[in-house]
Design a protein around this ligand. Structure first.
Ligand code: NAD
Ligand code: IPM
Ligand code: MN
Length: 372
């Protein structure tokens, strides 16, 4: 029986649709376990740019910092693609991640048994997959484009005498590499005791340093099996034999790309949750930012087609990591599994014999299962 404050940043496109269902499920948890969750809803992304002129206001960042956890939907929209927007909705993410020092992004991939046949991959390849991608989140190409690095500032295209050019720089310090490697090894100790460090050490200097640090940290964890893998080979092995992985640790952009790929092991982008953690402490544990790995999905926004499970499982991670409520987190995972076992699916997981329901109905089914 506890009191907790959660800042909710629904964002754009399907962000608000899936976040609403995560809150419905959190409210079911509150009822079942007699907790009180107080939500502070703030604007973020396009919604914030239109109302406040910035992707996230300083006041909202302050509220995030003072809460026990942050639940995030998605930001961005079609207009983002032409590159001409002065303020990008994605800046909200960079400000949150860098500003609150959420350097460790945990993205678990554990396909549900009843969804193996919904994947584009063969069930016998997927069977037994249970991996965790630990993505470095506050360094690399996302931030190092100017000297000194300016957080959240978009890359600049500039005119030269030879035509236009654009520069992004990939910078990692030894300290940044070491702390994310330690998150990976500590996580592996609670899992299947294996770490795969993914880099491009045959080409990039930052990866050569990454590999040296990874080898050094690995020597401190003799109980954990360790391997280095090049990122292109990793992309292939993920589809060839996903069961060979336990913890994958990698830099920011590689982790971004590999996890969209890995989402298809679980059947859909709408299935993968994430937690972004740092060192910031709260009264109940560590402050964290919880969000599905998917984006605002403009192609399906407003149609009730979005799968809210990634957002709902992100809420479960929030309970586990920031509020220390492990039983409650497990109860959500169990309710998701039962709802899928009962045959309910959103559009993205359509297959023969499935009972297709919309975003809201999926949230309601999972919440109802929690209260049965
Ligand atoms: P996306 O993840 O939004 O969508 C990719 C594909 O997956 C689309 O076909 C979409 O319909 C599908 N999909 C995504 N989530 C789904 C769900 N919950 N249920 C069912 N289907 C789902 O990626 P995109 O289209 O490349 O990007 C759209 C915008 O989202 C861009 O502006 C991008 O920058 C932004 N984005 C934001 C975040 C975030 O806020 N964390 C993450 C990724 C992308
Ligand atoms: C993610 C997203 C973001 C990223 C974008 C929207 C900036 O793709 O969280 O995976 O690349 O980190
Ligand atoms: Mn991504």
């Amino acid at each position: 029986m506890g009191n907790y404050t959660i800042t909710v940043l629904p964002g754009d496109g399907i962000g608000p649709e899936v976040t609403e269902q995560a809150i419905l499920v959190l409210n079911a948890i509150a009822r079942r376990y007699q907790h009180t969750f107080t939500y502070h809803r703030r604007l973020v992304g396009v919604a914030a740019i239109e109302a406040e002129g910035v992707a996230i206001s300083d006041e909202s960042l302050e509220i995030c910092q003072q809460s026990d956890a942050i639940l995030f939907g998605a930001v961005g929209g079609i207009s983002n693609y032409d590159g001409s927007d002065k303020v990008k909705p994605e800046e909200a993410l960079f400000k949150l991640r860098k500003g609150l020092q959420f350097f460790a992004n945990l993205r678990p991939v554990k396909p549900l048994k009843n969804l193996l046949s919904a994947s584009t991959l063969k069930p016998e390849v997927l069977q037994g997959t249970d991996l965790l991608v630990v993505r470095e989140l506050t360094g690399g190409l996302y931030y190092g484009h100017l000297e000194p690095p300016v957080p959240g500032k978009p890359s600049e295209i500039r005119q030269t005498e030879h035509g236009r050019e654009a520069i992004d720089t990939l910078i990692y310090t030894e300290t940044e590499i070491e702390r994310i490697l330690r998150v990976a090894f500590d996580s592996a100790r609670d899992r299947k005791q294996k770490v795969t460090s993914v880099d491009k050490a045959n080409v990039l200097s930052s990866s050569v340093l990454w590999r040296q640090v990874a080898n050094r940290v690995a020597s401190e964890y003799p109980d954990v099996t360790f391997e280095n893998l090049l990122v292109d080979a990793c992309a292939m092995h993920l589809l060839r034999k996903p069961t060979s992985f336990d913890v994958i640790v990698t830099e920011n952009l590689f982790g971004d790309i590999l996890t969209d790929e890995a989402s298809m092991l679980a059947g859909s982008m709408g299935m993968l949750p994430s937690a972004s953690l740092g060192t910031h402490k709260t009264a109940h544990g560590r402050l964290g930012l919880y969000e599905p790995i998917h984006g605002s999905a403009p192609d399906i926004a407003g149609q009730g087609k979005a799968n809210p499970i990634a957002a709902i499982l992100s809420a479960a991670m929030l309970l586990q990591y920031s509020l220390g409520l492990k039983d409650e987190a497990a109860a959500i995972e169990d309710a998701v599994t039962k709802t899928i076992e009962a045959g309910y699916r959103t559009e993205d997981l359509r297959e023969a014999g499935a009972r297709i329901i919309n975003t809201q109905q999926m949230g309601q089914k999972i919440a109802a299962t929690l209260l049965q």
